[in-house]
Design a protein around this ligand. Structure first.
Ligand code: AMP
Ligand code: MN
Ligand code: MN
Ligand code: MN
Length: 289
């Protein structure tokens, strides 16, 4: 991507509390070293990293927002991710609801391992767990690492070969409903934001139907800048955000320092297109122009 300017904001990244490879402390140090000032840690379906990060963020003068990326099943079989930004990471209702999704992760992991065993790949559950700090955040990313490092797939190919929808070890799972995810976020003081809208391969009609429901249920934002977005995706979603009055957010979706398909460094992002209304001021963050 050829963007001229960067901003010191990153509202989407992962730690070892989900499928990232950096500990919370190293993640914060890296964001800071990259020039970051405002960060939301958004692990999949848990907010443990935010609680862990609070004191250290203050120590190194990084402004930390509470964050989470909730897995949602929409219209029966579409998996979408909803970010909760500025949530209260101590909110008992939010923690209890997210814990239900952690149980789903454990069950789903067992089913993935069972399917892998059926095609001759043994001990995948234990194998994947070795890459995962806590069983409750077990992710397909950990199975991906197990499969690659044990020679069952070439680097970057385990999703296409085993783990993606339609492949032999894919397990269809009920995650949160869209309404529940938005409710959990808003009742804990947060703002619901659609993560990486161009990752879902939705038709335009489906994307607009999704946005319509998302807004009716209380959602307010959309990621315009994302590592998953090519430059034409950014321009397209910027217009969608403007036309549908959604606040524009920015996220590296950082997972690891190893090179991969995610290109934005943790802690910083490209500047939003002028036509967008940035989400930052709603969190009291006013960036100089
Ligand atoms: P899960 O939430 O456990 O189903 O895992 C989904 C995670 O896997 C996403 O958050 C991404 O980090 C990662 N992922 C999904 N699709 C791919 C892919 N094609 N290649 C690499 N990583 C992927
Ligand atoms: Mn992930
Ligand atoms: Mn995601
Ligand atoms: Mn993510």
């Amino acid at each position: 991507m050829n963007h001229e300017h960067t901003i010191p904001v990153d509202f989407h990244c992962h730690s070892t509390n989900s499928d990232g490879t950096l500990s919370v402390k190293t993640l914060l140090d890296t964001a800071k070293a990259n020039g970051g000032k405002y960060l939301a840690i958004t692990d999949h379906d848990n907010i443990d990293g935010v609680n862990e990060a609070k004191a250290y963020a203050q120590e190194i003068d990084l402004t930390l927002l509470g964050g989470v990326e909730i897995s949602v099943t929409w219209e029966n079989n579409s998996l979408v991710h909803i970010l909760g930004l500025n949530v209260d990471e101590t909110n008992p209702g939010l923690i209890a609801n997210l814990n239900k999704l952690s149980n789903v992760r454990i069950e789903r992991g067992q089913k993935i391992a069972y399917k892998l065993a059926k095609i001759g790949i043994k001990n995948a559950y234990e194998g994947a767990l070795k890459y995962c700090a806590n069983e409750k955040s077990l992710s397909r990313t950990h199975f991906n690492r197990f499969l690659v490092e044990h020679g069952y797939a070439k680097p970057g190919k385990a999703f296409d070969k085993y783990l993606a929808p339609g492949k032999p070890a894919f397990v269809m799972q009920q995650w949160a409903s869209l309404g529940n995810a938005i409710e959990w976020i808003t009742q804990s003081g947060g703002t619901a934001v659609i993560a990486h809208p161009c990752r879902y391969s939705f038709t335009r009609t489906k994307l607009l139907r999704f946005i319509d429901q998302f807004k009716q249920l209380g959602g307010r934002g959309i990621e315009v800048i994302s590592s998953a977005h090519a430059i034409n995706d950014v321009q397209n979603i910027a217009k969608v955000a403007r036309d549908h009055e959604l606040l524009a957010s920015v996220g590296s979706d950082f997972h690891t320092l190893e090179t991969g398909y995610r290109t934005i460094k943790v802690g910083v992002n490209y500047k939003l297109p002028e036509i967008c209304q940035p989400i930052f001021p709603s969190f009291g963050i006013n960036l100089p122009h």
